[in-house]
Ligand binder design. Sequence first.
Ligand SMILES: *Cc1c(COP(=O)(O)O)cnc(C)c1O
Length: 382
Amino acid sequence: MNKIPMSSPDLTDAERQAVADVMNTPMLSMGQYVKDFEQAFCDRTGAKHAIAVNSGTAGLHLCVRAAGIGEGDLVITTPFSFVASSNVMLFENAIPLFVDIDPKTGNIDTALIKDAIENTEKYLPRKGAKVDAKVKAILPVDVFGQPADMDPIMALAKEHNLSVIEDSCEALGAEYKNQPAGMLGDFGVFAFYPNKQMTTGEGGLVVSNNDEHADYMRAMRNQGRAPGDTWLTHTHLGFNYRLDEMSAALGAVQVSRLDEMLHKREQVANWYESALKNIEGVETQFIEKSTSKMSWFVYVVRFDKSINRDELAQQLIAKGVPVRPYFAPIHLQPYMVKQFGYRRGDFPVTEDLGNRSLALPFSGVMSKEQVMRVCETIAELI
Ligand SMILES: *Cc1c(COP(=O)(O)O)cnc(C)c1O
């Protein structure tokens, strides 16, 4: 039997041609393709500024810098995410202040954000943070393509004068109460690794409506060259976070096809939903009412406590169905335990979902037969 891939990019000859076209120009970086790619994002999201970078992580890092988050500052965020959303604080010697998640959606629990602002000491890690450290920002993650509950987050941020960085790296094309994900906070970040809804190979992009932040982030992605600087003048100590022209050309075609690709992903998710809903012990994705549009990034199911998830995963892999536990809680990663002294039990909802969740093979180019084979294999093994 042919092997089903865990994920696949959705590419056509138009993407191949666009990349080849760049190869016939002398401009492989800092040319028109990146500008066009950024413009396509402004057009799509309504953002005033779009800043393309070479990864989602780089984009998040630039936001942390632009928000003025520095040494010892606290940023309220979720341990149920990909590590990048917390690592960008650590890059600046700032501290992720974890709060647990909503068990239904897997997104950050907004009641706990409020409590963490009002009773910060209660949420500090066992070590690695100063007792008088101040909360400076909130970094919610739109987990699995479903926007976090942004209205209460923005209200709290406004009340307490905090910046909000929306990690929409898994949610390009999603909508919260009919507004595009990524446009709900002060900054929004998208990512284009090949398993995301659209790809540039490696890549990411920040959206913002703030002119000053946008200028600073454009400078910081380009070795600190501020507007007016020459090639060898560097106003800031910057990074090289530039996206190259081949990646931007690929991305421009992908973004023009985004609605089509999202539609195909939704179709695959619907096939999964109807095939899995009658298997006892398997729970599919819960979609909140505020999610006016889900953008399917991964297809994650949860198993009942009576099912041994790890054993089932091994058996599925042995039968040619690749699967992955998703997410592994960030606070229990070895470097986090070492720096902050976290232990199992610190964030019970995150750990419970981490223990019971499994990402199934998923992409917009999966066939119905492949989806059925995955579901039949699960049913058989359970
Ligand atoms: C993919 C992803 C990122 C960014 O990943 P890169 O590989 O750096 O592009 C950030 N946060 C979350 C939640 C992600 O899923």
